[in-house]
Design a protein around this ligand. Sequence first.
Ligand code: NAD
Length: 316
Amino acid sequence: MNSNVIKKITVIGAGFVGSTTAYTLMISGLVSEIVLIDINQEKAEGEVMDMNHGMPFVRPVNLYKGDYKDCAASDIVIITAGANQKEGETRIDLVKKNTQVFKNIVSEVIKYNNDCILLVVTNPVDILTYVTYKLSGFPKNKVIGSGTVLDSARFRYLIGKHVGVDTRNVHAYIVGEHGDTEVAAWSLANIAGIPMDSFCIECHKCKNKISRQKIYESVKNSAYEIISKKGATYYAVALAVRRIVEAIVRDENSILTVSSLLEGDYGLSDVCLSIPTIVNRNGTDKILNIPLSEEETILLKKSGDTLKEIIDSLDF
Ligand code: NAD
């Protein structure tokens, strides 16, 4: 990461997720330069024009539509380009299509950058984080997927709403794949340090005992539900990406469930998935060894094995 104060971010893909991410970063005050790149140049241009007309209301940011050469010397390159999930389509269905798209994108990005952080958002995010790691040749700490940062936020929101506590005081993680095999780490979920089991006994707010399976299903199926109602999900993911960017540019050592390469952690190797990880200006700094229950450990291993099988079937 450059040591000067300019924080240059490139967002590749000016679709729902990319343009909302650029907008969220524009209003965040965290960065001073944002380049938006899309194969559909008109779309990128239109998004940039629209955002730039709000510039008098935010801290100055140099926001423009670019070509790949404009992504040179970026601190972070965020990849949101590719096909999105259609109604009824799983994230895994997308894999072959988007792996091809990434071959082109990653080779262009690394022509102009050898020291940036690559932040993958396109789905299936864990597989594409792995593909990006391999294609780029970058060190593993510099290749991050947004992983289950969004899912963990959904989880915390739903628990907070259920028990009537500010979601920021709910500490809970979704680990593993961002997708159908993701794992809710209930054994670690707590409110003000009080484990969920104990909190539920003391909590007089809800009429029904918390339905863990219902909350988990709701988190896991959120994207399907939103896509069936409005066609795409983008607000919360853009905020999740902004949070990851913040942890990087402010060198925060924040713990986030980003996706990154596992090398023996939890009995898994050569696969990317999400575990609570320390994130700072170097990208990922340390994958934490969290004390999951036996059942959660088995489910995490299954999640990793599922992703590995898909990776093994890919040709890239
Ligand atoms: P979208 O279709 O609105 O946008 C995709 C954009 O990528 C389009 O503008 C398209 O022109 C562009 N594009 C396609 N190929 C390209 C290429 N080779 N180079 C440059 N640009 C290219 O889709 P969306 O709703 O913005 O979703 C984007 C991705 O984000 C999807 O894969 C979606 O599943 C994923 N997503 C991830 C999360 C997460 O938590 N990781 C959440 C929501 C969506």
